[in-house]
Design a binder for this molecule. Structure first.
Ligand code: ADP
Ligand code: MG
Length: 134
């Protein structure tokens, strides 16, 4: 079934100049890019987006990182988009991500892991609305 997910190219990957390579991979994997925008999140924007992690020890560091530079937010569509995009990204920790995944290729650490993807239908709907209110 056609589904939508939110993807982010995080500031570490933008600084590495790999937006193009990641977008190419997205196209090769058969996603349709419905919306795409370069953003520079404020600290408060990042805290709002990652509110689900507010009690985690890495929340402050993560939101500093996510507001440290430009990021690319994208609304992606394809069959089984949520699970497919998570598979293309790979495990959260690049050291554990399978070869061929984006986090294996471009991630630097469990925090600076190049890309974001929604993890379920409900979170995808919330995250998409967060950046692309229709
Ligand atoms: P995912 O992005 O794979 O869904 P989580 O939702 O668990 O992973 O975490 C959100 C983001 O928080 C991760 O992508 C990563 O940038 C950061 N993060 C997760 N776990 C840690 C950790 N143990 N230390 C530092 N940052 C982390
Ligand atoms: Mg997550």
């Amino acid at each position: 079934m056609t589904e939508r997910t939110l993807a982010i190219i995080k500031p570490d990957a933008v600084k590495k100049n790999v937006i193009g390579r990641i977008v190419q991979r997205i196209e090769e994997e058969g996603f349709r890019i419905v919306e795409m925008r370069l953003v520079h999140l404020s600290k408060d924007d990042a805290k709002g987006f990652y509110i689900v992690h507010k009690d985690r020890p890495f929340y402050d560091s993560l939101t500093d990182f996510m507001s440290s530079g430009d990021a690319v937010v994208m609304l992606l569509e394809r069959e089984d988009a949520i699970a497919t995009w998570r598979k293309v990204m790979g495990a959260t920790d690049p050291a554990k991500a399978a070869p061929g995944t984006l986090r294996h290729a471009y991630g630097f650490s469990i925090e600076r892991n190049a890309v974001h993807g929604s993890d379920a239908r409900e979170t995808a709907a919330w995250e998409i609305n967060h950046f692309f209110k229709s």
